[in-house]
Design a protein around this ligand. Structure first.
Ligand code: ZN
Length: 211
């Protein structure tokens, strides 16, 4: 076993001791159930940890992560997480968090082939196509990359709003707010893109479900 791997188990023991020192009922209370107010949909990137960035504790954030924080409406994993979060846990906020320097977004801007992931990256390429006028107008490569990270995140918030799960919740009068954030790897700060949706009339009428 590598030292790194052994260290993980040691770290776990230390963490348990520390938590119990702060609150002897910490694990007992968590074992009773969860009522997180937030669903986080973020990138799998190891540098974007949801709880650390938001200063939230275990039990406060329900999390779904994939490459480039995509909301793909045929992705059963995402739909299951979303359905459970909205209809069982009754989260009040959903944040889609993109990040500058995202490898998935970068790959979507080029023509490289990386294996099966190409099929996932295709969804990000669709996002580029929907926003190509805005993006192609930016000459500087870094600026265009940053803008694409932002526009892709906005597109995924829109994709969330288009789901029957979110539209049903709104129709039933459930309080549910959707937000788009971008995290800066260089700074640690998040930027709220202010794509705040709280009802389906915010969507293009073609996507408004009559439910
Ligand atoms: Zn990423």
């Amino acid at each position: 076993m590598t030292d790194f791997y052994k260290k993980l188990l040691e770290n776990n023991s230390h963490w348990v001791e520390k938590k119990l020192g702060e609150d002897p009922n910490f694990f007992k209370d968590l074992a009773h159930g969860q009522q997180p107010p937030l669903l986080w949909i973020g990138c799998s990137d190891s540098r974007v940890p949801a709880n650390e960035i938001t200063g939230t504790k275990a039990g406060e954030v329900f999390v779904h992560r994939n490459i480039a924080n995509m909301v793909v409406h045929s992705d059963m994993s995402m739909l299951s997480v979303l359905d459970y979060a909205v209809n069982v846990l009754k989260v009040r906020h959903i944040i889609v968090c993109g990040h500058y320097g995202c490898g998935g977004v970068k790959a979507a801007m080029g023509n490289g082939s990386y294996g099966i992931i190409d099929n996932w990256i295709r969804h990000i390429k669709d996002s580029y196509r929907f926003n190509k006028e805005k993006l192609n107008a930016i000459e500087n490569d870094d600026e265009r990359f940053n803008k694409f990270v932002e526009l892709n995140t906005k597109e995924q918030v829109l994709n969330l709003a288009k789901t029957s799960i979110v539209q049903n919740a709104w129709k039933n009068g459930q309080e549910l707010y959707l937000h788009g954030w971008v995290y800066g790897l260089n700074s640690g700060y998040v930027t709220d893109l202010e794509v705040n949706f709280s009802f389906n009339t915010d969507l293009h009428e073609m996507y408004q479900l009559d439910i």
